[in-house]
Structures are given as structure tokens and as C-alpha cells.
Design a protein around this ligand. Structure first.
Ligand SMILES: [Zn+2]
Length: 368
């Protein structure tokens, strides 16, 4: 293995160690009693249960990350990247189709290896804490729909990226950036109307006090709300959530059915007021812009890396190509993402506080 390989190996290991260390520090800050001021809303028993859940989830997350790294090292150090490349090359499909086959096989195999963990997470951990409501049928159907989406949406994107870097020379990175950006923006439009209904049912919220309170909140905050929907989140989990979809004057709020069952109207208004706060302070656009910027930076870095022979040698690849270059570059992403993540996390932390500091929450909520 060359020096580049050793550096990548150390970076990947350090990245994992640092993440585990952060989790350990986080767990060590746990207290057995609810923090002062929360006694009224959190019973000590419920609080301890939430801490136990956090502990279990953290341990599980660390085990999965360790397994993933072990699997990668095994594939890498036994020459798997080159072996698969030789196999794909024998069919002479040309650079784009070969690349799709190569990357598709690796992503497919990785996803297959992850399925036992997903099963355990859902039917053992989530079930133990009383969260899971999904049947095995729902689990399997979700996987198939996910696979179909990956092929229908991910396939053309991958083909586009491969073609740009194969044929557009030094302009490839920014042409690719432009295309991917347009694609991401387009996805924001089709996701709520085309993709989400594949997984859940959305129905207009029935008339009543809840709907009136939400519409009144939207009016107070001058938020162009068009519709309030209820989503059958209880098909998979007893956890509850709410999210906003839609654009311009056509905004909608979707509430998980469990949120409606388990919370009082003032509590729900508090949640929605926080979300409207994000919208009012343009956090959603800001985060989207930040991720588009990050994408551009990555594509620029990728374009430098593709012509760097040392990178291919590090992974024992005998034929440098765009698709193997993209794949090994993706492996470098984890350590790189750690540093970009620091910026994104501090931004999102600031935004969370800012979203709470807005004036249109009802007087009753402000007292909470
Ligand atoms: Zn928030």
C-alpha cells in the first residue's frame, strides 16, 4: 500500500474513533433525573426510559459504524475494488454503463449487508421501547420501493455525473454542479406530491379546534398556509413528528397521526410555531444553499482527484477510470464530511435557538 492509502486508512479510523468518542462524552453527560424546570412535563420514569433508549441507540450506531469500516477494509485490502473492476470490464459496456454497473453492485452489496441491522433496529430495539408498529410486510415493501426509487432517480443522476466527467473535460465539475443543483431543486417539488405518497397516506385534517388553531397561528405569523394534512405515521412507529411541504403561496403542513393523538393543541401549536420560525428566518433556503455550496466544493475536489494516479494505486486499481475514481473519492468523504459537518452543525444549532425566539406563539405557549 502506498502513502496515500495509509493516510486514507488513518483518516477513516480516526474519523470513526472521534465519532465514538463524541458519543461516549454525550452519554456521560446523562443524568438520572430530569433537568430542573422539566419536572412538570417529564416524569422521572419516562425520563429514565428516554435515557435508556438513547444509550441503546448510541451503542447500536457505534456497532454498525464499526461493522461498516471492517467490511470496507476487508474489501479494500483483499483487492476487491480491482477484482470487481476486472469483472465489469470484461463486458466492454463503455465507461458510463460499466460505471453504473460497478457502482450499482457496490452500493447494492453494501445495502444488502446493512439489512440485518435495519431489521434488528426496527423489530428488536424499536419494539423493545414500544415504538415499532411496522409489520414485516411494510418493512419489505419499503425496501422494494426504496430500491425502485434508487434506480429511477439515482440511476439517471449517476449516469449524468459519469458522462460529464468522462466527456466534458475541465468544465465537467461546474456543468455537473449546475445539473445536480437543478435536479435537487426539482426534487423539492416532486418529493411531496410524487414520492412521499408512495410511503404514506395523506388526508386533509378534519375541521375542528386543532385546524382552526393552526390556521390562526399561520395568520398571526403571516405564513401562506394552504392546507393541513394528517399522515398515517403510525403504520411504522409510535413516534410523532410534523413537517412542512410545498412552495410559494402553496404551503402545506403534514402532522403525524400520533402527534394528534398524543399531544394537546397548545403543545402542537408550540411545535408548529418553531417550524414556522425556521421558515420566517429563511433557514430552509439557507440550509439548501449551504448543501448546494458543499456539493460544488466536493465536485471541484473530485475533478482534481480523478487525475491523481496515487489514489488509484492506494486502492490497488490497475485501470484508472472515472467511475472507480468517483467511488474511492466517496470513501474520502467521511473524514472530509467531519469538518464540513462542524460548520453545518453550528449553523443548525444557531438556527434552532433562533426559530424559538419569535413573537407569534400564543400567550399560553410563551408561559411554557
Ligand atoms: Zn427546529
Amino acid at each position: 500500500m502506498n502513502l496515500i492509502g495509509i493516510i486514507i486508512l488513518i483518516a477513516l479510523s480516526l474519523n470513526l474513533l472521534l465519532n465514538i468518542l463524541a458519543e461516549v462524552l454525550n452519554l456521560r453527560r446523562q443524568t438520572s433525573e430530569p433537568p430542573a424546570g422539566f419536572e412538570a412535563v417529564y416524569s422521572p420514569e419516562k425520563y429514565r426510559r428516554s435515557q435508556a433508549y438513547l444509550k441503546t441507540r448510541t451503542r447500536f450506531g457505534c456497532s454498525v459504524a464499526l461493522f461498516d469500516l471492517a467490511l470496507l477494509l476487508l474489501f479494500w485490502l483483499t483487492g476487491g475494488f480491482d477484482f470487481l473492476d476486472q469483472w465489469v470490464r470484461q463486458w466492454s459496456y463503455g465507461p458510463v454503463l460499466s460505471g453504473m454497473l460497478y457502482i450499482g453492485i457496490i452500493l447494492g452489496a453494501k445495502s444488502l449487508c446493512g439489512q440485518p441491522f435495519s431489521l434488528y433496529s426496527m423489530f428488536v430495539i424499536e419494539a423493545r421501547f414500544g415504538f415499532n408498529t411496522a409489520t414485516l410486510g411494510t418493512f419489505v415493501a419499503d425496501r422494494f420501493k426504496g430500491l425502485l426509487l434508487a434506480i429511477v432517480i439515482g440511476g439517471p443522476v449517476l449516469a449524468g455525473v459519469l458522462a460529464f466527467f468522462e466527456y466534458a473535460g475541465s468544465n465537467a465539475w461546474w456543468l455537473c454542479w449546475l445539473a445536480v443543483t437543478l435536479f435537487i431543486l426539482g426534487l423539492q417539488y416532486i418529493a411531496p406530491t410524487w414520492i412521499m405518497p408512495l410511503f404514506n397516506k395523506f388526508e386533509p385534517l378534519e375541521e375542528g379546534q386543532l385546524k382552526e388553531s393552526i390556521l390562526a397561528l399561520a395568520k398571526r405569523a403571516d405564513y401562506p398556509l394552504k392546507n393541513v394534512l394528517a399522515m398515517d405515521g403510525s403504520r411504522r412507529s409510535t413516534k410523532s413528528n410534523a413537517f412542512f411541504t410545498g412552495f410559494g403561496k402553496n404551503k402545506r403542513i403534514a402532522l403525524f397521526d400520533k402527534l394528534i393523538d398524543q399531544h394537546t393543541i397548545p403543545e402542537m401549536i408550540a411545535v408548529l410555531a418553531h417550524e414556522i420560525g425556521h421558515f420566517k428566518r429563511h433557514h430552509i433556503k439557507q440550509m439548501l444553499a449551504a448543501s448546494i455550496l458543499q456539493m460544488g466544493l466536493l465536485l471541484l475536489l473530485l475533478s482534481f482527484c480523478l487525475s491523481f494516479q496515487g489514489l488509484y494505486d492506494a486502492f490497488f486499481l490497475t485501470h484508472p477510470s472515472v467511475y472507480t475514481g468517483i467511488l474511492v473519492f466517496a470513501l474520502l468523504f467521511a473524514p472530509l464530511d467531519f469538518f464540513l459537518g462542524l460548520v453545518m452543525h453550528s449553523l443548525s444549532r444557531r438556527n434552532e435557538y433562533e426559530a424559538d425566539r419569535l413573537p407569534w406563539r400564543s400567550p399560553a405557549i410563551r408561559r411554557l
